[in-house]
Write a protein of this length. Structure first.
Length: 321
């Protein structure tokens, strides 16, 4: 994606500043990676939008499905070649005018919005979700040839812990598997992680690639890091600090400040560091893409957090960017 460009200075992309409320020309996008506590954040976004004149597309809310129905619309959808996990503009064209998008979207959503740039066909859209005024009707969301302007948030999670949560949700809870991850042998655990390529989920999501697609791992990691640089990234294991940082960056989002990570039973809550050195080495090999991305995002988060703490200590007069 030509619009994904790395910041030339780390200090620039971790400098704390507040963001204006989203608009049609500069929307807010939440890229919800599965099993990173994104459902909680979607609920916060949805509740923050109540009684506000900000059209939105928040999945799993108000009748919107959580996932893209490939079988139903792919044949007629002009975005069918895009990897949109969330519901698409083909299914809900009235949401093409939204200023807030939150759900299982991949970066391809930006390409879809660029393709759906003009508001000329606003007659088919509902006033409930679209503001029909002279500033929007018939104007492009983004000027042609320019990088799209948008704010974004995503969450990342320690890769092994997320993989266990994914295994429970996608395999145990659906009946596809019967043995909990904690009860598997080490060789069985490694097989599960390798077979489902769980160790690269978060990287693939932000890099906008298919999990089973042959790709250059260095290019995929670079693209995912670029999205980490582009967005404000919350860390699952630092949920309280993530809530505060996101809430201060986007004042229109009413983030809870308490640590609301769901209680996890110790027997099912494991990280790479909990294993023996030899087992850690095997796990790191399988989880390498997401471990590298996670540690990079954690470093960026800590730098941004430190800048936020300094700004707050200086009196709380924050710069807007």
């Amino acid at each position: 994606h030509a619009w994904i460009t790395r910041s030339t200075a780390v200090d620039n992309n971790v400098t704390f500043c507040t963001r204006d409320p989203p608009t049609f020309h500069k929307p807010f996008i939440f890229f919800h990676i599965d099993k990173t506590s994104g459902t909680t954040f979607e609920s916060v976004v949805e509740s923050s939008l109540r009684n506000r004149d900000i059209p939105s597309m928040v999945t799993c809310k108000n009748g919107l499905p959580c996932w893209y129905n490939k079988d139903r619309i792919e044949a007629t959808c002009p975005y069918s070649k895009l990897r949109l996990y969330g519901p698409t503009l083909c299914e809900f064209p009235d949401r093409a005018c939204a200023s807030v998008f939150a759900g299982h979207f991949m970066p391809d959503l930006v390409d879809a919005l660029a393709k759906h740039n003009s508001m000329d066909r606003i007659g088919s859209m509902t006033k409930e979700h679209c503001r029909v005024d002279q500033n929007v009707v018939g104007t492009p969301r983004w000027p042609e040839g320019e990088n799209p302007a948008f704010d974004c948030v995503t969450f990342l999670r320690e890769p092994l812990d997320r993989s266990i949560s994914w295994y429970q949700d996608k395999l145990i809870d659906t009946g596809a598997a019967t043995t909990k991850f904690i009860n598997l042998s080490m060789s069985e655990r490694l097989h599960v992680l390798r077979h489902h390529n769980v160790g690269g989920h978060q990287t693939a999501w932000l890099a906008n690639i298919d999990l089973h697609e042959e790709t250059n791992p260095h290019a995929a990691l670079a693209a995912a890091k670029a999205m980490v640089d582009r967005c404000v990234v919350g860390i699952f294991e630092k949920r309280s600090a993530s809530n505060e940082l996101i809430g201060a960056t986007f004042p229109w989002i009413h983030m809870p400040l308490e640590n609301n990570v769901p209680h996890l039973h110790p027997s099912s809550h494991m990280r790479v560091a909990d294993f023996s050195p030899s087992e850690q080495e095997q796990l790191r090999h399988i989880l390498q893409p997401d471990l590298t991305l996670y540690h990079y995002a954690l470093q960026q988060f800590n730098l941004r957090w430190q800048n936020f703490v300094r700004a707050k200590a200086s009196g709380g007069s924050y710069q807007t960017c």
